[in-house]
Design a binder for this molecule. Structure first.
Ligand SMILES: [Zn+2]
Ligand SMILES: [Zn+2]
Length: 268
């Protein structure tokens, strides 16, 4: 079965009519992973018919509002839907410290348990693993601690000595938010699909340094150096209305680039 990626939001910090902040659902090996949860993510899910009951666990790249302000609303809705299964959230340790008072105040009668798994955004390590899927953190360079995620479908193959070796199969790397950093290249080498933020066009490249974001051309350079299957652009600055401009800057460097569009599901 193919992996499926549904784009819930692909804007940057300021929501616009056109774009909600970051959110994606990855369907891999019969499990649905929510990656980032900006404001409006649950509304996008409802609009697109993504079943919240299928959500398996949640990965938050960093604690900027455009990546986590949607969480409290979503967690509340899951309780209204009588969720029973625990929800596991993988994020910087501060998320629990911030969210617990809200959960205590609003969530006394939540129907399910919320389990926080603190991650160390500066370390590359395996943060989740079961029989079929492995998730590794990918340290990124941003204004606050931030990491991307590498999702790998795992196949178990006999090792010839009665045991098994785990062979990565389909792989998806999510890298948002980050300035251009070549350390990423080895981390994401050869993945089937790479999402790399492309907040700015080259004409705004001078803004990247302070806010630690990337241009579409920089995202394409990482994709080209890492020889990935395809590149998905997103986290578009609200100052750019015509997203084709991002694609026009990426494709000459890495032809197999595409835009993320909200509401679109991509199979790979
Ligand atoms: Zn962001
Ligand atoms: Zn950010």
């Amino acid at each position: 079965m193919n992996a499926k990626l549904t784009i819930l939001g692909c804007g940057s910090a300021r929501p616009t009519y056109q774009n909600s902040p970051s959110g994606q659902v990855l369907d891999l090996c019969d499990k649905s992973f929510l990656i980032d949860c900006g404001e409006g993510v649950q509304i996008s899910m409802a609009r697109l018919g993504v079943r919240t009951s299928r959500l398996y666990n949640i990965f938050i790249s960093h604690l900027h509002g455009d990546h986590c302000f949607g969480l409290i609303g979503l967690l509340s809705t899951l309780s209204m839907q009588h969720r029973q299964q625990p929800m596991h959230i993988y994020a910087h340790a501060d998320l629990e410290r911030l969210l617990r008072p809200w959960l205590t105040y609003f969530g006394e009668e939540y129907t399910y348990e919320i389990v926080f798994h603190p991650i160390h955004p500066n370390r590359h390590e395996v943060i989740f693993e079961d029989r079929t899927v492995m998730v590794e953190s990918i340290p990124l360079k941003h204004t606050v601690p931030c990491c991307g995620f590498l999702f790998s479908e795992i196949h178990r193959q006999p090792d010839g000595e009665g045991g098994f070796v785990r062979v990565p199969h389909r792989r998806y790397a999510y890298c948002s938010d980050t300035r251009y950093t070549e350390t990423l290249v080895e981390r994401v080498r050869g993945v089937d699909m790479l999402y790399h933020e492309s907040t700015f066009l080259s004409e705004h490249a001078h803004l990247c340094k302070n806010v630690m974001h990337s241009t579409a051309a920089q995202a394409a350079t990482i994709a080209q150096k890492a020889e990935v299957g395809q590149l998905l652009l997103g986290h578009y600055s609200a100052r750019v209305d015509d997203h084709e401009l991002f694609l026009n800057e990426a494709q000459p460097i890495f032809p197999n680039s595409r835009l993320s569009h909200e509401g679109e599901t991509i199979e790979f």
